[in-house]
Design a protein around this ligand. Sequence first.
Ligand SMILES: Nc1ncnc2c1ncn2[C@@H]1O[C@H](COP(=O)(O)OP(=O)(O)O)[C@@H](O)[C@H]1O
Ligand SMILES: [Mg+2]
Length: 280
Amino acid sequence: MMMKKIHRFPVFPGSPPAEGPNLIKIASGKGGVGKTWFSITLAQCLSLTGRKILLFDADLGLANADVQLGASARHSLADVIAGKVALHTATQVTGGNARGHGDIHLLAGRSGTGSLSELNHSEINRLRRGLLLASAHFDHSIVDIGAGLDRTVTSFCALPGSVLVVITNEPTSLTDAYALIKLLVMRDPGTDIRIVVNMAKNERDGQHAYASLHRACEAFLHVSPPLAGIIPRDDWVGEAIRRQTGLLIRHPSSPAAHAVALIARDIVKASKARAAGRAG
Ligand SMILES: Nc1ncnc2c1ncn2[C@@H]1O[C@H](COP(=O)(O)OP(=O)(O)O)[C@@H](O)[C@H]1O
Ligand SMILES: [Mg+2]
């Protein structure tokens, strides 16, 4: 497996972000819907705008953000949980402007070291605190949350910021996403939840998936999560993953890259509006 250079970043970069910390949590309930790919591509889109991005792979069970990025991470979240290294020491810079995109500060998860669902209460809280502290040094912190509905998933989703729930137009994805949203709403009815439809056959297929989930959320949970975007099924995605480069570098004008760029644009817009609101 090809591993590209990944350099350690001893401390987080100094100046705090102008628009304040901004956590974006990527969740789904069901695995295999493209959370990790989307997290990476969103991170790349946002870093292209010159923003400082933290990509936090919070999926210890099936972590693979580092693999998809072609980065050989020296440390991982597993080392942080074991108390071997501090969170900022385990975070490494990957990518780089030489490859045509901005740096992403990656905290890798690690596959096969046990699931985050096995963490106890105080371990989860320690990680949550660490992530919150770290996020103060970045413009956007993207958290790739594993599949499932366990306490780790819900407590990471309960951190401040928005939860992007990734779905596909399949019954199992829709029911798992609904179950996740129900848990989040029960915990906090004000949770900022948005829906991303991935692997849509076309716009209509994507709208159909969103409408089904939205109907159930309105009828039974009395919430109306907005649509963040529809990403088409795109063969370039798998090709970029196989080559461990990331879609934005290999195929920046592919349909899926374009769809993620639109979502990133809206995130930047909302972040600027929030900052302006705070200043005014
Ligand atoms: N828009 C897309 N078009 C085509 N294939 C996709 C798309 N998004 C994801 N995939 C494929 O789906 C698979 C699972 O993606 P991954 O990000 O690992 O899912 P998750 O993190 O939700 O388990 C990957 O192999 C990837 O190639
Ligand atoms: Mg994943």
